[in-house]
Design a protein around this ligand. Structure first.
Ligand code: SF4
Ligand code: SF4
Length: 397
C-alpha cells in the first residue's frame, strides 16, 4: 500500500483544523440561545444602604435570581435595604454562591446534555462490541476518531466534556463555594466509565482527546511509523509531574484569585472558536500541531480529567492485559503503543503504569493475539520472559 506523503499529512492537518473551526461556528449558531458563558461573579456591586431592587438593577439581575438570593416573600421586599441581610461580606458570599448556581443553570442546554450522553452511550458501546468481533485497523481507527470528533465536538459542541466536569467543579467551588449537582452527576458518570472500561471515554468519546488522537494518527503509516519528522514518547514521570503541577496551579488560582487559568487555552474551545482569544488561538494551534509528533499532548500534560482518570484507571474492571503463555516477547506492542504504557505493562519495572487510552494499537500488532482488552487480571511476566529478546524494535523494549 502506498505510504502517505509529508505534504498530504500536512494538508490533512490543515483540512481537519479548518473544518473543525468552520463547522463548529455553524453548529454553535444553529444550537444558538445558550451563551454557555457564566456570569462574571467578581464584579458584583454591593453597598449596604442599597435596596434589593437597586442591587438587582446595578448588577442586571432578574427578580427570580433576587428572590433566590434574599428569599423574598412579596414584591414589597424589594425595597428592603441590603444591610438587613447581614454584612457586605455575608451578602457577597451568599449572592456569589446563588448567582454562580443560577448562572450555571442558565448557561446549560438541557436538551443537548442528555442527548449527548445518550449518543456517548450508543457510540462507545458500538466501538466496544464491534472491536470484540473484528480487529481494529489504522483505517477503521481514523474513521471512528473522525466520527467522534464530528459528533461529540462539531455537532454536539464543547460542553459537556469530561475535562469540564473536573475543571469547572474545582473552579466553581474555589470562587463561589458552590457545588452544581448536575455537574457532579456528569463527573460520576465519566468516572464510572473509567472504572468500567479504562479510559474508553477519553479514547473514543472526548471531543478534544479524539481530535488529538486523529491528528497523531494522520502522521503515521499503517505500520505506526511517522510520516513527517519523529513521533516521540515523553517520559511519564515528566508528563505526569507537569500535569500535577498544572492542576495545582489551576486550583490555587481558583481558590486564591478566582482565576481560571485553563479557560484562555481550553482545547474544547476549538468547538466554539468565537470564544477563543488570540493567545488561546496561537496556543491551541501549537498544541494540536505538536500532536502530530506527541501522542495527546493536552491529555498527558495538562488535562485535569486526564489526571483524575489516570488515578481511577487503577481500579478499572476492563483493561489491556497480556497473556504471557502465548506472548513471544517480540516487543512489537510496546513499539507500536503511542505512549510508554505498554512498555510499563510488559516490563513492570516502574512503580506506576501510565495512562492507557484503550486505543487497541498493541492488540492490533500482536502476532500471537496475546493481548486482550477484558476483565482478565494483569499478571506479572515470568522472571526471564524478556531475556529472550535479543534486539528490541525501535521505540520498544
Ligand atoms: S485526558 Fe484527553 S481525552 Fe481525557 S478528558 Fe482530558 S482532553 Fe479529553
Ligand atoms: S497501545 Fe495498548 S497499551 Fe498503549 S495506549 Fe493503546 S491500548 Fe493502551
Amino acid at each position: 500500500m502506498k505510504s502517505p506523503s509529508k505534504r498530504r499529512t500536512m494538508m490533512y492537518f490543515i483540512l481537519i483544523m479548518v473544518s473543525v473551526i468552520v463547522l463548529s461556528i455553524v453548529s454553535t449558531r444553529i444550537w444558538g440561545g445558550k451563551p454557555e458563558q457564566p456570569i462574571q461573579l467578581d464584579r458584583l456591586i454591593i453597598q449596604p444602604d442599597m435596596t434589593i431592587a437597586r442591587f438587582g438593577r446595578e448588577n442586571a439581575l432578574p427578580d427570580q435570581v433576587l428572590k433566590e438570593i434574599f428569599d423574598l416573600k412579596a414584591k414589597s421586599d424589594l425595597e428592603k435595604k441590603l444591610d438587613e441581610y447581614g454584612s457586605t461580606e455575608e451578602i457577597r458570599a451568599s449572592a456569589t454562591k446563588k448567582l454562580a448556581l443560577a448562572s450555571e443553570k442558565a448557561t446549560k442546554n438541557w436538551i443537548k446534555i442528555p442527548v449527548k450522553f445518550g449518543l456517548w452511550f450508543v457510540f462507545l458501546s458500538m466501538v466496544f462490541l464491534g472491536s470484540r468481533k473484528r480487529k481494529m485497523t489504522p483505517g477503521l481507527r481514523k474513521k471512528l476518531l473522525f466520527a467522534s470528533v464530528l459528533i461529540f465536538g462539531v455537532i454536539m459542541g464543547s460542553d459537556p466534556g469530561p475535562m469540564g466536569t473536573v475543571k469547572d467543579a474545582i473552579h466553581l467551588y474555589g470562587t463561589a463555594h458552590a457545588i452544581f449537582p448536575p455537574r457532579m452527576i456528569a463527573l460520576s458518570i465519566f468516572l464510572l466509565l473509567v472504572v468500567l472500561a479504562n479510559k474508553y471515554i477519553c479514547a473514543w468519546g472526548c471531543q478534544a482527546g479524539t481530535l488529538q488522537d486523529l491528528i497523531f494518527r494522520i502522521n503515521q503509516t499503517d505500520r505506526q511509523k511517522a510520516v513527517m519528522g519523529r513521533q516521540i514518547k515523553l517520559p511519564f514521570i515528566f508528563t505526569n509531574t507537569i500535569r500535577f503541577l498544572f492542576l495545582g496551579a489551576f486550583t490555587l488560582g481558583a481558590f486564591l484569585w478566582a482565576m481560571d487559568i485553563i479557560d484562555p487555552i481550553d482545547p474544547f474551545k476549538l468547538f466554539k472558536p468565537l470564544h477563543l482569544g488570540l493567545f488561546g488561538g496561537i496556543f491551541l494551534f501549537v498544541l494540536f500541531l505538536s500532536g502530530l509528533f506527541i501522542y495527546r499532548p493536552w491529555c498527558h500534560l495538562f488535562c485535569p480529567f486526564g489526571l483524575v482518570g489516570w488515578l481511577a484507571e487503577k481500579i478499572s474492571l476492563v483493561r489491556i492485559s497480556v497473556d504471557y503463555n502465548t506472548c513471544i516477547a517480540c516487543g512489537k506492542c510496546a513499539a507500536a503503543c503511542p505512549s510508554t504504557v505498554m512498555e510499563a505493562i510488559l516490563k513492570r519495572n516502574t512503580f506506576v503504569i501510565p495512562d492507557c487510552f484503550a486505543c487497541y494499537t498493541c492488540r492490533e500488532v500482536c502476532p500471537t493475539e496475546s493481548i486482550v482488552f477484558s476483565t482478565r487480571k494483569r499478571t506479572l511476566p515470568p522472571a526471564d520472559h524478556f531475556n529472550k529478546v535479543k534486539k528490541a524494535p525501535e521505540g520498544g523494549l
